[in-house]
Design a protein around this ligand. Structure first.
Ligand code: ADP
Ligand code: MG
Length: 153
């Protein structure tokens, strides 16, 4: 199946989903993280990074647009495009080069850079439900489907 919809009752569950994703992703994967402010997109990213061995601080790169992480076996780029508005900046900053077969790219607010981004392999939507969040994980390419099949939930 190409869609999973786990319920995340609390922040720990969001971090745990991130940890599960960390084991399932492979270099080259492009993931769009969708949901309103406060939905848990950065929390999910933090869970992934922690599980990949990153011990430092993880906060959304709201002003720098992207935060690069060099991990033991892959490069991870975390984009927050909430404040992105100038397509010329995309080229100037060399963002295109971040999307390569060696890197995993996680993108918050991908719709702000429509037409500049490659199409996603995975879409992860987070929405409030009860006291927690409902995640919807959709595979959009064969690479995404393989990732979803590895995802231990
Ligand atoms: P975003 O990046 O989508 O704007 P953040 O991850 O920065 O959101 O913030 C999400 C907020 O919601 C944090 O305060 C976090 O503790 C909380 N949170 C994350 N996941 C859950 C969950 N499953 N249930 C309840 N609260 C959550
Ligand atoms: Mg965020």
């Amino acid at each position: 199946d190409d869609t999973r919809k786990p319920y995340l009752p609390d922040e720990a569950a969001t971090l745990a989903l991130g940890a599960a994703l960390a084991q399932a992703v492979r270099p080259g994967l492009v993931v769009f993280l969708e949901g309103d402010l406060g939905a848990g997109k950065t929390t999910l990213t933090r869970g992934m990074l922690r599980a990949l061995g990153y011990a430092g601080r993880v906060k959304s790169p709201t002003y720098t647009l992207v935060e690069p992480y060099t991990l033991s076996n892959l490069y991870l780029y975390h984009f927050d495009l909430y404040r992105f508005h100038d397509p010329l900046e995309w080229e100037d900053a060399g963002f295109r080069d971040y999307f390569n077969p060696q890197s995993v790219c996680l993108i918050e607010w991908a719709d702000k850079a429509e037409g500049l981004l490659p199409s996603p392999d995975l879409l992860i939507r987070l929405a409030p439900e009860g006291q927690g969040r409902r995640a919807e994980i959709v595979a959009a390419t064969p690479l995404g489907t393989e990732c979803l099949a590895r995802l231990a939930l």
